[in-house]
Design a binder for this molecule. Structure first.
Ligand code: ADP
Ligand code: MG
Length: 289
């Protein structure tokens, strides 16, 4: 729903300043996330494993995930939990499994197909990349086993008594245009959604757009078209357009997710890779109140 307050200018000013508070809190969060670029070019595999509307009917897992986090006195969901929640709402995420030892990590990788990515799963680590908890582009069982050990080593070096749940094995999404979908809960307006392109567009240029949830399809379309970087999404110098409908779909499903679960304080899909056809969330973070 586009934010409108026609009755009173004063109220309107208040509302605009509240929106800018929402805006700066999301931006601050986004800036904390480390960025990483890799150059290996890969075939676009985005059309596989795209979730469908039917999944929206099976949301049984989601309340259990929130309950478990609360029972464990965590105020945020681990990446596999956040991705399960997203997947249950039909938001496309990378395939993933949580391995408990090197052999399991190698087995999951073989089953998933290379290249894969390994990541730390720990209630003590929120920004995984910063502590050497993410290793990309692994192409054999041997590389996976070495990366598994390397992550554990990095984590121990960073902080000796970090609690480790396991190592997340996930498909490596082909490099593409990265976008960010975020949500944050404002005490006055409730959940608000954010959209922007990844990297410098958000971190340096602050080129992002916001709407108070719930949003309509038209709101979501406007969010995508009103960022200054929109021409990059539309394709320039002969580049094809990315799948704008896939982004709109993710924004709508994220809106439903945060409206259904008002205990979500912050949500970050950062980044989402967008392709000519389809999109895929490679990292998801959900913070609870
Ligand atoms: P952090 O917790 O530090 O935000 P991420 O999970 O976002 O860690 O990983 C860091 C970066 O690695 C991402 O911004 C993205 O560029 C890349 N990345 C992570 N997972 C994948 C994946 N499955 N496929 C492709 N790239 C990935
Ligand atoms: Mg991230």
């Amino acid at each position: 729903m586009k934010h409108e307050c026609a009755n009173s200018n004063e109220k309107n000013d208040d509302n605009i300043s509240a929106l800018s508070v929402i805006a700066s809190s999301i931006l601050e969060r986004t800036e904390k996330c480390s960025r990483l670029k890799y150059t290996k070019s890969q075939k676009d595999k985005s059309s596989v494993d795209f979730c469908n509307e039917g999944l929206l009917n099976s949301l049984r897992k989601v309340p259990q995930i929130f309950k478990k986090a609360r029972e464990e006195r965590r105020n945020y969901l681990l990446e596999p939990e956040a991705k399960t929640v997203c997947r249950e709402y039909g938001i496309p995420v990378t395939k993933f499994e949580v391995a408990k030892n090197v052999d399991e990590a190698a087995k999951f990788s073989e089953e998933m197909g290379y290249p894969v990515v390994l990541k730390i799963v720990s209630p003590d680590v929120i920004h995984k990349f910063d502590v050497g908890g993410v290793i990309l582009d692994l192409n054999s069982a041997n590389e996976v086993k070495n990366a598994y050990k390397k992550i554990l080593e990095n984590i121990k070096k960073h902080k000796a008594n970090t609690k480790i749940i396991g190592i997340l094995v996930q498909e490596m999404a082909p490099q593409s245009t990265e976008v960010i979908v975020g949500a944050t809960k404002d005490p006055q307006f409730g959940p608000a959604l954010m959209f922007g392109l990844g990297g410098i567009f958000v971190e340096v240029l602050k080129d992002v757009t916001f709407r108070i949830a719930p949003i309509t399809r038209q709101d979501a379309q406007e969010m995508v078209t009103e960022v200054k970087a929109y021409p990059i999404l539309k394709g320039y110098r002969g580049q094809p357009s990315v799948d704008i409908d896939a982004i709109v779909d993710i924004l709508l499903k994220t809106s439903k997710l945060v409206m259904d679960h008002l205990e979500i304080k912050e949500l970050d899909l950062n980044p989402v890779m967008v392709y000519e056809k389809g999109a895929k969330t490679v990292d998801a973070r959900i913070i609870l109140e």
